[in-house]
Design a protein around this ligand. Structure first.
Ligand SMILES: Nc1nc2c(c(=O)[nH]1)N[C@H]1C(S)=C(S)[C@@H](COP(=O)(O)OP(=O)(O)OC[C@H]3O[C@@H](n4cnc5c(=O)[nH]c(N)nc54)[C@H](O)[C@@H]3O)O[C@H]1N2
Ligand SMILES: Nc1nc2c(c(=O)[nH]1)N[C@H]1C(S)=C(S)[C@@H](COP(=O)(O)OP(=O)(O)OC[C@H]3O[C@@H](n4cnc5c(=O)[nH]c(N)nc54)[C@H](O)[C@@H]3O)O[C@H]1N2
Ligand SMILES: [Mo]
Length: 767
């Protein structure tokens, strides 16, 4: 019934490029998602599974963190890419002990991420022994003893690193951080460090809470929506439905992006006949084709114009209520007054008239929402850029009123919830001391490693055990060769995973694969069938319950794995009730209610049909109690933008339409017109010509990283040049293939996020 996994790996010579699409979704989207589902799951299972996706009694989509509507839900509350994410997990393909007996670790390491991921679901706990050539089966109990012995043998708990990816449920995340802190370290890096960390840092500084201030209902009330540095057609397709509705209700939409992304320019809603048959909705009223990293200058110029107009006609632009209660406004006024327009031109590459038009739209708007994602967060000056948007939104009073607000659009489906539950290397004292008193333990106070610091620690021999709940650390992180060496130097690496990935084939001296249940699967425990909870991008906490039979009878849930490890590591007498936790997840939720602010009565409230919304003082009451001054705060920053040396290009690394982060679903980037390959680099035709290159030519990408000690180079070989509409001087290639080009030390100020959207490269004809 279900097709066998591909035997052959990717052959880049079959790559094909056609004209990019100007619209997103519609019939091809539906057709692709159904075909992929049937291929992986068979037809009957596809229908049963997709019917439960994002429904109240079903499971939360393991794709993105875009919220579900409250109240009425459509029968089809998912998108093409959500369906692909489900098909990946609910696939009938299996990676069994026989598979591992057949393929040595050296052979597997030679395969691409695509081939590895397509092999299917992991079925048994497996171990790679010191000096071994193949993974072998291991009993669960032996696996826990192995991990516990290794951890206890460390000179300090700080020699262990505990990574999390954002699919982990609230219950598993809460138990995990409790286990790690009970053991004695705050080394809890997570995917957020590479994702929206910059948003959190900027928002805490300006509005006092690191989460967005809008709810889904606000999209219907907004008269202006900015979509900055985000590609919703691929990465948050259900957001297009919200944009389409807003548009129908009269809202204007502005897209700010170096690339004309299909979904932003035109959208066909597959759930409506008009969408499928007609031309679709033209979404963006204004498309600002900005240079990479030009956004801080763009928003500073907008702030400059707004304040100039306020001066000319006092009381027309500035929201006095917010501004008078804020700190830093006078300093902000004088900073933007003193604008360097030449720097704005160089940074943005935009017509001044277009900037003026967008500023006018913001000045005239009664309710505006600013959305953003990785196009803003993964730059050196990311925190300053996002703070610049917050400044403009504060001065216009666009926070804490219907239809307006700041909206960082999260990636992983529970990345926001994991943070709420304490997956963070530097949780505040209030949280740590509550853990101490709630459980009668004594957790460490010294901040732990974030993702980049964790890689440095492993590289330097100070990190010896690496444990991951989900994710694909080695493929998601920068500086691939260095990171691979760092992981291989560990004494033990442990991956709690659903599917095979690169991190399993770049092992420490000893390595474990602990296979776990996915979102779609039934979770039976002694107290009966369990559900878990998650938090979406707009702070709504709700239930998720899988219904499919587990991929193998040997799988344990993440909660179960972590609690069993808790007992193995800390003993039966430890004050945390590990045994009770794994028997009945209500007992975990009782503790969440007592430890996490805003989660009172958690067990009852998550059982409400739509769950509940966590408090957000700026959104709810225009209170800014979380900032240093206790008031809304205008951030004063230096204007910055990337300076690219003569002859070089600035490269961003982004997602194709056929992948979920490091999981490659297929080889087609339909909207950008690329099929059957991934090693491409999108370059402006004039930049191609200027370098004497031609469209379709094979080039090596060489990144140049300047430090005080000189320039270091990193290479990624054999990428095909694709002539493409992008801002001049800017190029784009896919993540994770291009991660090897991102220097470990190239990180954002304040947030430490790798600068994956801003890498200086030169193109060399491939030899
Ligand atoms: N199907 C699918 N869904 C996903 C994911 C996936 O891989 N596949 N990943 C999930 C995750 S974890 C995340 S974080 C989100 C990511 O969602 P996105 O942030 O949309 O993901 P990227 O592909 O990195 O796209 C970045 C966008 O920003 C633009 N951009 C890059 N640099 C700049 C800049 O300097 N300025 C401006 N204005 N624009 C810029 C790029 O051209 C691109 O359109 O999606 C989530 N959803
Ligand atoms: N160059 C570059 N690098 C980037 C980015 C970029 O834009 N450019 N984006 C960054 C961003 S935004 C992010 S969020 C990170 C993503 O980093 P990660 O979150 O580490 O990576 P993923 O690819 O999402 O992880 C996929 C793996 O998770 C496992 N998995 C899937 N579902 C489950 C589950 O339910 N439970 C468990 N235990 N495991 C599961 C599977 O084994 C799968 O192989 O990458 C970052 N890296
Ligand atoms: Mo992300």
């Amino acid at each position: 019934m279900s097709r066998k996994p591909p035997e052959r790996d990717i052959d880049e010579s079959e790559l094909d490029v056609e004209r990019p699409k100007k619209w997103a979704a519609g019939i091809p989207g539906v057709a692709v998602s159904l075909a992929r589902s049937a291929e992986q799951m068979g037809v009957g299972r596809s229908v049963r599974t997709l019917r439960l996706l994002n429904q109240r009694d079903g499971f939360d989509c393991p794709g993105c963190a875009w919220p579900e509507p409250r109240g009425h839900r459509g029968h089809v509350e998912f998108c093409e890419n959500g369906a692909k994410a489900v098909a990946e997990e609910a696939t009938r393909r299996r990676v069994t002990p026989e598979f591992f007996a057949e393929h040595s670790i050296t052979e597997l390491a030679g395969k691409t991420d695509y081939w590895l991921g397509q092999q299917g679901r992991l079925t048994h706990p497996m171990v790679l022994r010191d000096g071994g050539t193949h993974y072998e089966p291991i009993d669960w109990d032996d696996a826990f003893t192995l991990v516990a012995d290794e951890l206890r043998g460390l000179a300090s708990p700080n020699e262990a690193i505990f990574y999390t990816s954002g699919r982990t449920s609230n219950e598993a995340a809460f138990v995990y951080q409790l286990l790690v802190r009970s053991f004695g370290t705050n080394n809890l890096p997570d995917c957020s460090n590479m994702c929206h960390e910059s948003s959190g840092a900027a928002l805490v500084e300006t509005i006092g809470i690191g989460k967005g201030s809008v709810s889904l209902a606000d999209f219907e009330l907004a008269d202006l929506i900015l979509v900055v540095g985000q590609n919703p057609g691929t990465n948050h397709p259900r957001m297009l439905t919200a944009l389409e509705k807003a548009k129908a209700a009269g809202a204007k939409i502005v897209a700010v992006n170096p690339l004309p992304e299909a979904g932003l320019l035109r959208f066909k809603n597959p759930q409506k006949v008009r969408g499928v048959l007609g031309k679709g909705t033209a979404l963006a009223d204004e498309f600002c084709q900005i240079r990479l990293g030009g956004d801080q200058a763009f928003f500073r110029a907008i702030g400059h114009l707004l304040l100039a107009w306020e001066k000319a006609a006092p009381g027309t632009v500035v929201d006095r209520e917010l501004v008078d209660g804020a700190t830093g406004f006078a300093a902000y006024e004088s900073t933007v007054d003193d604008l360097d327009w030449d720097a704005v031109d160089a940074a943005t590459g935009l017509d001044r008239e277009q900037i003026v038009r967008v500023a006018r739209m913001i000045a005239e708007s009664k309710a505006a929402i600013a959305c953003w994602a990785m196009g803003l967060t993964q730059h050196k000056h990311a925190v300053a850029t996002i703070a610049e948007i917050a400044n403009v939104w504060l001065l216009r009073g666009m926070i804490g009123k219907p239809g307006a607000g700041l909206c960082p659009v999260r990636g992983h489906s529970n990345v926001q919830g994991d943070r709420t539950m304490g997956i963070y290397e530097k949780m505040p004292e209030s949280f740590l001391s509550t853990l101490d008193s709630e459980f009668g333990i004594s957790v460490p106070r010294e901040p732990g490693h974030d993702t980049v610091a964790a890689i440095r620690a492993m590289r330097d021999g100070a990190g010896k055990v690496f444990f991951a709940v989900g994710g694909n650390f080695v493929a998601a992180t920068p500086d691939t060769e260095l990171t691979e060496r760092a992981l291989r130097s560990c004494a033990l690496t442990v991956q709690v995973s659903t599917k095979l990935n690169r991190s399993h084939v770049v092992p420490g001296r000893t390595a474990l694969i602990l296979p776990t249940l996915g979102r779609t699967e039934r979770d039976e425990q002694p107290a009966g069938e369990q559900f878990v909870t998650v938090e979406d991008s707009m702070s709504v906490v709700h239930r998720s319950r899988g219904r499919l039979a587990p991929a193998s009878e040997h799988l344990l849930s993440e909660v179960d794995i972590l609690c069993r490890l808790g007992t193995a590591l800390l003993g039966e007498a430890h004050p945390v009730p590990w045994q009770a936790f794994r028997t009945n997840y209500d007992t975990i939720r009782e503790r969440i209610a007592r430890v996490i602010p805003g989660c009172d009565d958690y067990n009852a409230r998550v059982r409400e049909p739509d769950g509940f919304v966590l408090p957000h003082p700026p959104r709810d009451r225009r209170e800014f109690t979380g900032t240093a001054s206790g008031k809304a705060t205008f951030a004063i920053t230096e204007l910055d933008y990337p300076r690219v040396p003569e002859g070089r290009l600035l490269l961003q690394t982004l997602r194709s339409h056929d992948q979920y982060n490091t999981t490659i679903y297929g080889l087609d980037d339909r909207y950008r017109g690329v099929s059957d390959g991934r090693r491409v680099v999108f370059v402006h035709p004039d930049d191609i010509a200027e370098r004497g290159l031609s469209d379709g030519q094979l080039v090596d990408l060489v990144s140049e990283w300047s430090t005080v000690d000189g320039v270091t180079e990193r290479r990624a070989d054999k990428f095909r040049v694709v002539s493409y509409s992008t801002a001049r001087g800017c190029a784009a290639a896919y993540f994770p293939e291009a991660n090897s080009l991102v220097p470990l030390d190239s990180t954002a100020d304040k947030s430490g996020t790798p600068t994956s959207k801003s890498i200086v490269v030169r193109l060399e004809p491939a030899g």
